[in-house]
Every structure is written in C-alpha cells, then in structure tokens.
Design a protein around this ligand. Sequence first.
Ligand code: NDP
Length: 335
Amino acid sequence: NLQVLLRRRPVGEPVADDFEIVETAVPSPGPGEVLVRARFLSLDPYMRGRMSDAKSYSKPVELGAVMEGMTVGEVVASNHPDFKAGDTVMGGYGWQRFCAVEAARLRKVDPAEAPLSANLGVLGMPGLTAWYGLEEIGEPKAGETVVISAASGAVGQVAGQIAKARGARVIGIAGGAAKCAFVKDELGFDACLDHRGDLDAQLDAACPEGIDVYWENVGGHVQEAVFPRFRDFGRMVMCGMIAQYNQAPGADAKGAPAGPNLGPVVRKRLRIQGFIVSDKGWQLYPQFRAEVLGLMKSKKLVWKEDVVQGLPNAPEAFIGLLKGKNFGKLVIAID
Ligand code: NDP
C-alpha cells in the first residue's frame, strides 16, 4: 500500500519534508469493514487546518498518521452486506491507495452518472459546499449582484454557476488573465476581475450599484476591496479565507493580510455568516446531487479539474494549492 503521512506540523507554508511517503502492507478488512482501492484523491484547503494542532472544528491529523482526505474508488473486498467487490464508492479514507474502512463511512455512487473524479469536485464536498452555502446564507435572487472570490476554483465555479442559474448577475474574482477568461467564457459569469490588478477600479466598473451577495473564499486584500461595496441587506457567505491559512499562530495582529472595517455591518444591515459544510450539508446530499446533475446534463453547469498524476506528487500539489497554483478543482490520480 502507498500512503502519505504527516511527519511534522508546518510553521507557515508547508514544505515537502512535512510529509512522508511510505509503502506498507495492504490492510485486510475487519468485521463490517470494506477494502477500497482509491482511484482519485481530493486535495482541499481545509487540510492545512488538519496539519496544525490549533483548536478547530475538527481534530488534527496525528503526527505519523495518514493525511486525511476524500477519495473515490472501488470496493475490492467487503465484509458488509451493503457493499460488494466492484462497487464504486466515495468517502473519507485518506491519502493512500488502499484502505479498510467501516461501511458507514462510505457512500455508493453510480459511475454512469459522471466521470469518477467529478464525485470529489462538482458532485463532491466542494460542490455541496457551494450549493449549501447559497441555500442557507447567500440566497441569491434574480437581478441581484453576486461576487465570488477564487471563482475558477472548486467551490467558486459551482457557486457562481448556481447563482447564475437562479437569475443573479455574477461577477467572479480570480488570479490572472487565463483564470479570468475561463470564468467568463467557459463558466458564463457576467465578468471576472483579476485580483492582481486594481481591484477597486474593476469592482466600481463591474458593480456600479454595489454587491448583494459576496461569497468569501479568500480574505485579505480581496475582502478589503469587496466589503465597502455591499448594498443594504447584503449577505456575506463566509466560506473560507485561504490567504490566511499559512499564517503562523500569533501572527494575526502583525503580518496578517489586511481586513476590512466591519463598521458598515450595522448601518447596511448586513448578514455575515460562517458555515462548515459538514454541519448538515451531507444530510442534504441527495437533493444537492439531483439538482447539480440536472444542471450538468442540461449544460448549465460545466466544471474544470486540475488533475495531478501520482500519489507521491500530492504534497507538492497541496503546497501549490495554498499559493493559487491550481487551476480548477485539484485532484490526484492515484496511479
Ligand atoms: P480552490 O480550488 O478555489 O483553490 C484555491 C484558490 O484560492 C486558488 O486557486 C487561488 O485562486 C486562491 N488562493 C490560493 N492561495 C491564495 C492566497 N494566498 N491569496 C489569495 N488567493 C489565494 O479551493 P476550494 O474551492 O477547494 O476552496 C475555496 C475556499 O473554500 C477555501 O477558503 C476553503 O477553505 C473553503 N471551503 C470551505 C468549506 C466550508 O465548509 N466552509 C468547505 C470547502 C472549502 P486565484 O488564483 O484565483 O486567486
């Protein structure tokens, strides 16, 4: 079995030596367990939090343990009546090729519905995050202006297209000309602004009436530019602030990317709400999957993946994700 372990807790940006790649024996499934061979592994920003032992909504990965992550693959052997060899399954079974896992931690998926890796992105946790955050917090309405940061990424691309399907005017923000062109031309957003340029001027031009919904994926200078442009009764979906994940503990005051002045929250009656997709998102998974599959089939929703070949390349790909090197949903093709 091939596995990627957490060797050391990173301080600031993770480096290759924080991980260790090992070959171990393929496990045997215990009573009620299923042996799964993973084909694709999802790499996601939240994993930076799991590498740290700072207090969070979820426990850190132990030193020497397999890095946590969602995979999709097939059942090799099963000691549970609900699963048989050859079934396609998704679940959280880590940065490794084989895993013996409790049946309760697996979800069967129909491989005819979409390419296998899509179950980790548009039909997986990031897609569910986008859908759930709009249902619960963003609630975009026809004619409203919705701004999405990290718009070409796993969550952003789905959030923007769902908001568009609900009749909103959708403005993306992304890093660089290639990502911006993709967001506008392929995803069909009304415009996409490059945060490496003068974001204030671009926001003034794209959102002359202000912003009703801001989907926050990034924080830092992007948040600072967007925030003063909220309209009354705006909603800020606090999904993540990736620009701050590599910040060393205690560096919040000094060296933190600038943040906005939150004073106008009262005057403009804004709603700012954070959420974690696992709160109750997974309970709504069937509803989400049906709606998003429908949009995919009618070509109202397209998606882009950034597929990196080979599990040993996962650490480097993950380090790049935290610097914006990925273009689309980052997945590892295990073999
Ligand atoms: P993406 O696929 O969007 O990849 C991350 C993108 O963020 C990069 O491509 C880059 O886009 C941008 N980025 C990376 N580093 C920086 C930086 N230092 N400063 C500014 N921008 C940066 O990732 P996901 O879609 O998987 O995740 C997006 C956000 O959603 C993250 O904050 C994540 O933590 C959050 N999230 C929250 C969940 C929840 O339950 N609340 C669940 C899932 C995700 P660009 O080049 O365009 O700047």
